[in-house]
Design a protein around this ligand. Structure first.
Ligand SMILES: [Zn+2]
Length: 161
């Protein structure tokens, strides 16, 4: 878990189509999410966004961090991160573009990563290419990382369908 301490690079990571709406958030009871997961993530992050360092009393998102194994079609939940609204919008670039706020999101990506708008466009293109490939996969197998279950025992009984 040491790499968690490092600043993470903010990149769009759009959810493959077949995995839309499949999340811990949508699976567990609201009280479990709020009290046993989200509250802890907020406390451990000291209310600070994992990507840009913004700190807000309210309106922070508990982001589910998923890794996608394109060859084996495994989608694995590996952690939770506290993110601000702007960074959440950047991660979910696809949704943001349907809401017409991609310009604002691209500016945020440039600022947080300290890169040019050309580099942002490249980052977005790459993310879209990856998303297209992953969205062609229908038979994802959903897993929760063992270490994460040890960390959050409540996840042991969670089956994301
Ligand atoms: Zn942020």
């Amino acid at each position: 878990m040491n790499e968690e301490k490092q600043e993470s690079r903010l990149v769009p990571e759009m959810i493959p189509k077949a995995l839309f709406r499949r999340s811990v958030y949508r699976t567990v009871k609201r009280s479990v999410w709020d009290n046993e997961i989200r509250a802890r993530v907020i406390e451990e992050a000291n209310q600070t966004c994992a990507y840009c360092g913004a700190r807000y009393e309210k309106g922070m998102f508990c982001h589910e961090e998923w890794k996608y194994m394109d060859k084996t079609h495994v989608a694995r939940l590996v952690g939770f991160k506290l993110v601000c609204r702007d960074c959440s919008n950047a991660i979910h670039y696809g949704k943001s573009s349907t809401l017409g706020i991609q310009g604002k999101v691209e500016e945020h990506l440039a600022k947080v990563n300290d890169i040019s708008m050309d580099e942002v466009k490249k980052l977005v293109r790459e993310a879209v290419d990856v998303w297209i490939i992953r969205s062609g996969i229908q038979d994802w197998r959903i897993e929760i990382d063992e270490a994460l279950i040890e960390d959050y025992p409540v996840l042991a009984d969670v089956e994301i369908v």
